[in-house]
Design a binder for this molecule. Structure first.
Ligand code: GDP
Ligand code: IMO
Ligand code: MG
Length: 421
């Protein structure tokens, strides 16, 4: 039995979707345990190109069973669309995708409130995906949430009625458009009926799988530094992202997690507000243009920066990463020199990420090392030995700093554009 958690070691979008799709071949169960459809995981394989928000990215492997754990928050319309998309693409998910009845529903008022709070915060806004993530998790922990299991009794109607009374008052006070009970009730009943065949308690399934020595692949959403507790608060997401979240979010005891794969982009990106110590601000530079990406969920332009080893090291320590997967190494081709942040200083003294808060992180000095780049296109390389010396040295430098091996290297967005060491 193996239980492998795949986590992003930066601020999200490290390439987790691609890596999970690649590793899923050996998995029996592929699971999401945190976050919601704020996630956008890109998968490119023989079925096509997909930006997946809720279904585990390992679902493309024929023999896997997909699980959406109770720790995930679900916008039903997004999930229905995704299931249809996958079924139409020939990735049959019926009978092998299960949604926990414990998972919470993103309601229309969560999305409205997300937008209204962001607007009220003005320049101090988080830059959320506006998918209702903060408000739905706030309702979950303040006992105001609605779960799939509520449809099994009259709880759904009565809970919705109370919530709409409360939420409409807030929406009205903030200048938003109120919602009608009957409309929301009917729409969500329809969603429930559509998704009912997929809803099933996961406890026995997971426990039996663990006892039967099955292999589990756990797909984190967001990255380490968007974690509510350990991320750059308040510029974070509303769920725990570190691997221990899989315990509450899926019902897998922590001691069963055997491997933690830290997915690390060869540079750094971030979407939304908050500190990014190695940020490249000059949008006219060649390197900015090289690194710039479009966000998979919102279509925003991702902020970019050089690789930050202090961040990667902290993620390895915090999440108990056992091996790294370095993605997007191919993007660095063509640079004469590459900057890498090796540590932080504050008032000339060394300082660690965890010693400062988000506002302190804005003030740290990033200490850089300049390493030689390479000109060769490496996207066709399929073995480590075929990489230019400078690219190999870049990989080794990361291993030395992180003190864990780089086991896979991404040299293109497609599943097979991966070097295994
Ligand atoms: P996720 O949220 O962690 O799954 O990452 P995203 O899918 O949001 O963003 C990662 C982006 O990098 C996507 O556009 C992927 O197709 C792309 N990608 C992943 N790995 C590689 C790689 O090794 N090389 C290149 N060029 N692109 C990659
Ligand atoms: P994946 O799984 C990158 C960011 C948002 C915002 C902050 C809070 O694809 O890596 P939220 O909507 O969660 O309340 O927004 O978190 N964010 C992500 N950034 N990748 C993601 O997911 C993200 N999910 C949320 O941009 O800064
Ligand atoms: Mg993403």
């Amino acid at each position: 039995m193996t239980v492998t958690a795949v986590i992003g070691s930066q601020w999200g979008d490290e390439g987790k979707g691609k890596v999970v799709d690649y590793l899923a071949e050996r998995a029996d169960y592929v699971a999401r345990f945190n976050g919601g459809n704020n996630a956008g995981h890109t998968v490119i394989n023989e079925f096509g190109t997909f930006k997946i928000h809720l279904v585990p990215s390992g679902i493309f492997a024929r023999n896997t069973v997909g699980l959406i754990g109770g720790g995930v928050v679900i916008d039903p319309s997004v999930l229905i669309e995704e299931i249809d998309l996958l079924n139409n693409a020939g990735v049959g998910v019926e009978g092998r995708l299960w949604i926990s009845p414990r998972s919470h529903l993103i309601m229309p008022y969560h999305k409205i409130l997300d937008g209204l709070y962001e607007e009220a915060k003005g320049a101090g806004a988080t830059g959320t995906t506006r998918r209702g993530i903060g408000p739905v998790f706030a309702d979950k922990v303040s006992y105001n949430g609605i779960r799939w299991s509520d449809f099994g009794s009259k709880a759904f109607e009565s809970r919705l009625q109370v919530q709409l009374e409360l939420k409409n008052k807030i929406i009205l006070a903030l200048g938003g458009k109120t919602l009608k009970y009957e409309e929301v009730r009917d729409t969500y009943r329809e969603y429930y009926l559509r998704l009912k065949p997929y809803i099933r308690e996961l406890f026995s399934l997971v426990q039996d799988g663990l006892k039967a020595d099955k292999n589990f692949l756990l797909e984190q959403a967001m990255g380490t530094f968007l974690d509510t507790d350990w991320g750059t608060y308040p510029f974070v997401t509303a769920s725990t992202t570190i691997p221990s979240a899989a315990s509450a979010g899926l019902g897998i005891p922590p001691r069963y997690i055997t491997n933690v794969v830290g997915v690390t982009k060869a540079y750094t990106t971030r979407v939304g507000a908050g500190p990014l110590p190695t940020e490249i601000h000059d949008t006219e530079t060649e390197v900015y243009k090289k690194f710039a990406e479009t966000a998979a969920t919102t279509g925003r332009t991702r902020r970019v920066g050089w690789l930050d080893l202090e961040i990667v090291k902290t993620a390895v320590e915090l999440s108990g990463v056992t091996e790294l997967c370095l993605t997007k190494l191919d993007v660095l081709s063509g640079l004469d020199e590459i900057q890498v942040c090796t540590r932080y200083e504050l008032s000339c003294d060394p300082v660690r990420y965890a010693d400062v808060d988000s506002y302190g992180l804005e003030k740290v000095e990033t200490v850089y090392k300049t390493v030689p780049g390479w000109q060769e296109d490496i996207s066709k390389a399929r073995s480590f030995d075929n990489l230019p010396t400078q690219a190999k040295d870049y990989v080794k430098m990361i291993e030395d700093a992180a003190e864990v091996p780089v086991k896979w290297i991404g040299i293109g967005p497609e599943r097979d554009a991966t070097i295994r060491r």
